[in-house]
Write a protein that binds this ligand. Structure first.
Ligand code: G4F
Length: 331
């Protein structure tokens, strides 16, 4: 019998890749999705359209403990991957209250319901390199102190602490991945990488004239989401639960990303990119670079994509779909 997994946030980039990966491994895959998504599948399920006849979806909201309790009381799961969150850092400055409510309470509700109903179910929490914020050391690893710089980062530190506390207080198998930025052709258009690759494609196709961005100096450690979901799965296959940094170990600036992405489209980014104060953040995370040695040695994890291959795939997919009125995100 294959294992049974529950994924929250299955309609997102990571959730869709993880669902594919687990299905390939023979898992029975269930997703927890908002009722509004179930009622609007054409728009909300673009990333999992091709999986809809292979997965089971349950309606629940991260803001409602009873709805989560209800799903977990009706099904037995071996593993739970809690990926759902308000994940856009800039939005967390605009509405810190709802980011905190969804991200902190949502994690707490998941943990509490599992403890009550299925304490043997293994739990994965999607931690983030945003927890390091104003970094205390370079590169960042599992022992680096957190100094979050946004309501989003603060909510992820709280989720990380909740997860660790359920592990220590109740003996549950709870693990956190501290994932650095991970991208793909399924990335949302609000994030800087997809904003850049989709703009390069549209400019090449004559559909856009310029790209307005904020801080081009910020540095991130970018990997491919397809690689990072393998690490999530590995974390739940260990003998004991632990926390792991997942990162490429390379740091590039937003400007570097622009240069390569535009070059991939045959363009010079300096002719099109305009800096715009509207896209600067009240507090910036200037530099992120992760040390994934522990994930490599303990989990045996290694990425397949490098920075150049990631950009190449994103730009070529965006060029292939530029001009489509309905852009499919499952590409
Ligand atoms: O693509 P971003 O919005 O991602 P950010 O803030 O690093 O967060 C992402 O990665 C985290 C992992 O570390 C996740 F936890 C989180 O959920 C999310 O997936 O911005 C990247 C950088 C920032 O420094 C930002 O200031 O790009 C800079 N930037 C410059 N101009 C811009 C823009 N970001 C966006 N979104 N839009 C701009 O126009």
């Amino acid at each position: 019998m294959g294992k049974k997994a529950l994924i929250t946030g299955m309609t997102g980039q990571d959730g869709s890749y993880l669902a594919e990966y687990l299905l390939d491994l023979g898992y029975e895959v269930h997703g927890l999705v908002r009722r509004v998504a179930l009622e609007d599948p054409q728009r909300r399920f673009t990333r999992i359209e091709h999986l809809l006849d292979k997965v089971t979806l349950h309606a629940a909201s991260l803001e409602s403990y009873p709805s989560i309790f209800n799903v977990i009381s009706r099904n037995e799961f071996d593993e739970c991957y809690h990926l759902a969150a308000q994940s856009f850092v800039a939005e967390s400055f605009a509405d810190g209250f709802s980011t905190m409510n969804t991200n902190i309470n949502g994690t707490h509700y998941m943990l509490a319901a599992l403890r009550e109903l299925q304490p043997k179910c293994r739990f994965y929490f999607a931690g983030s390199s945003e927890m390091f914020g104003k970094v205390r050391e370079v590169p960042q690893k599992e022992t680096t102190a957190f100094h979050p710089r946004s309501p989003y980062g603060i909510s992820k530190v709280a989720g990380f602490d909740l997860t660790r506390n359920y592990r220590e207080a109740y003996g549950m198998f709870c693990a956190s991945g501290i994932l650095f930025n991970h991208e793909s052709p399924r990335r949302g258009y609000e994030f800087v990488t997809r904003k850049i690759t989709s703009a390069a494609a549209r400019i090449k196709a004559g559909q856009q004239n310029e790209l307005r961005l904020g801080n081009l100096e910020a540095r991130r450690d970018w990997g491919h989401a397809r690689d990072y979901v393998r690490a999530m799965h590995l974390m739940l296959q260990q003998d004991s639960p632990d926390d792991f940094v997942v990162a490429s170990g390379e740091s590039h600036s937003v400007g570097d990303f622009c240069e390569l992405a535009f070059a991939e489209a045959g363009l010079d980014y300096r002719e099109y990119v305009v800096q715009d104060d509207r896209f600067y953040r009240p507090a910036e995370v200037e530099l992120l670079i992760g040390d994934a040695s522990k994930a490599k040695s303990v989990l045996g994890w290694a990425p397949h994509y490098n920075f150049e291959a990631l950009i190449k795939e994103m730009v070529s997919k965006d060029i292939a779909t530029a001009g489509d009125s309905f852009v499919t995100a499952s590409a």
